[in-house]
Design a protein around this ligand. Structure first.
Ligand SMILES: [Zn+2]
Length: 452
């Protein structure tokens, strides 16, 4: 017999869907599916036997969608803040990527999965980057996300330009990851292209062909830093967006992280292709990459999701921090307080991110028929003690400490600010020997005091 419905109530329900913002609202769901959204009294009358969670205060919104991260960096945060992207990749991420294992991926995904859930994230789009070929390390992400009950879309961020291996080895891991995802209820697959410049022409062509053949979406980085423009022009005489179009990557559903260095022609090409862009404001600021033209992309019809980016280029997985930083960065870069509103960034962190992942029919807004991914922010802490404007308050005043309850697919994963079903201290402890082993094997002693 299925469980009785759950009714989650709050002072404000931000549906991010057709019902708009409902004051004194509630969401009812059962068996993982949203059944009703509306005023609390009306919803409570419809479901008299329901378990009621929440009160007349606080804010309920759709679970946040972290549209771009790298769980391959879960064990190596907090190093190399003085490096630019290319230096950071060469000196930190590439050496670590040679030694990642499936067990490190599983434990790292569980560790950061806990951080994501406790921060209100219910869907994560991951690109696992490594060159420990034959280890099939990226499959460990699915193991970890399943263990935590997170919804996800995962890929293996293949690159062979710095660590050459046979093209077949990369295609084998894409296929193995796709097969692993096929048996996971909440985790989907994309083909990963780490970066266009990071792939040989042979691997890039084979990747585009495999995506077309199998109908796979692609997840890649695009136009992240200025050096990328220069190197692409030197290598191909074209920008990486033009190169992506040339090889057929814009002919499949493509998720393009960053899109910082794009002009009108590139934005037009991304819009025409139906591509989704992911803005990662905190990582862009740490690596001094630049400011993504978010308003221009959205005005052209490109959906723009929000991401934390990897645990080594952010260095946290705090989506609420990325939400706030996204608004602040546009305001200060354009000297315009109207450049990106609280409503804009909340849309990007929910429905627009879901649209980028092709999941907007499933999650991203609170609507009957969609899956029950939602977050309740409590009002018993200073952040939301007095809610004057719920959107502004969530973006500028709330923190992860205000995340009280989180449901993914109708399953409660956070209760009263605590993980359900997992011992957080044990997850943290389990990660420690693996982090030390990774930095030791990768010879990162110049960066990490944990290296032996
Ligand atoms: Zn990235």
């Amino acid at each position: 017999m299925s469980r009785p419905p759950t009714v989650v109530r709050a002072g404000h329900v931000l549906t991010m869907g057709p019902a708009g913002d409902v004051a004194g609202g509630a969401v009812a769901f059962a068996d993982g599916e949203i059944l009703a959204v509306g005023g609390f009294q009306e919803v409570a009358r419809r479901f008299p036997g329901a378990e009621v969670v929440g009160d007349e205060l606080g804010v309920v919104l759709p679970g946040l969608v972290n549209a771009h991260t790298h769980l391959s960096e879960a064990l190596i945060p907090g190093m190399g803040e003085d490096l630019t992207l290319f230096e950071w990749g060469a000196r930190l991420v590439t050496p670590a990527g040679r030694h990642l294992t499936r067990e490190m991926a599983r434990v790292g995904a569980m560790l950061k999965g806990a951080e994501l859930l406790l921060g209100g994230v219910t869907t994560v789009s991951d690109m696992f980057c490594h060159t420990n070929m034959g280890s099939l390390a990226s499959l460990g992400v699915v193991d970890g996300l399943e263990a935590m009950g997170l919804r996800g879309v995962v890929c293996f961020g293949a690159e062979d330009a710095f660590d050459p291996h046979p093209v077949a080895a990369f295609l084998d891991e894409h296929r193995a990851l796709a097969d692993r995802c096929a048996s996971a209820a909440l985790v989907g697959f994309r083909l990963g292209v780490g970066t266009l410049l990071g792939q040989s022409d042979e691997l890039l062509a084979a990747s585009a062909q495999a995506a077309r053949e199998h109908g796979w979406g692609v997840h890649t980085h695009l136009a992240e830093v200025r050096e990328e423009l220069v190197q692409a022009r030197l290598r191909w005489g074209r920008s990486t967006v033009e190169r992506a179009a040339d090889v057929g990557l814009l002919a499949v559903p493509v998720l393009a992280a960053h899109c910082v260095w794009v002009g009108g022609d590139e934005i037009g090409a991304l819009a025409a292709a139906g591509a989704g862009a992911v803005h990662n404001p905190v990582a862009n600021m740490i690596l001094a990459s630049g400011v993504c033209p978010v308003p221009a992309l959205r005005a052209a019809g490109v959906p723009v999701g929000l991401g934390t980016d990897g645990a080594a280029s952010n260095d946290s997985q705090n989506m609420l921090e990325a939400v706030k930083a996204a608004a602040l960065l546009q305001k200060v870069a354009r000297l315009d307080p109207r450049a990106l509103t609280a409503g804009d960034v909340l849309a990007m962190a929910t429905l627009e991110g879901a649209r980028c992942l092709g999941l907007d029919g499933v999650v991203g807004s609170l609507e009957p028929g969609k899956r029950a991914d939602l977050v309740r922010l409590g009002a018993d802490r200073p952040g939301l003690a007095n809610v004057h404007d719920p959107r502004q308050q969530v973006v500028y005043a709330a923190s992860t400490a205000d995340v009280a309850d989180v449901w993914v697919d109708g399953e409660r994963r956070v209760r009263d600010g605590e993980l359900v079903g997992h011992d957080l201290a044990a997850l943290v402890r389990a990660s420690r020997p693996l982090a030390a082993e990774l930095v030791t094997r990768a010879d990162l002693g110049g960066f990490s005091q944990l290296a032996r």
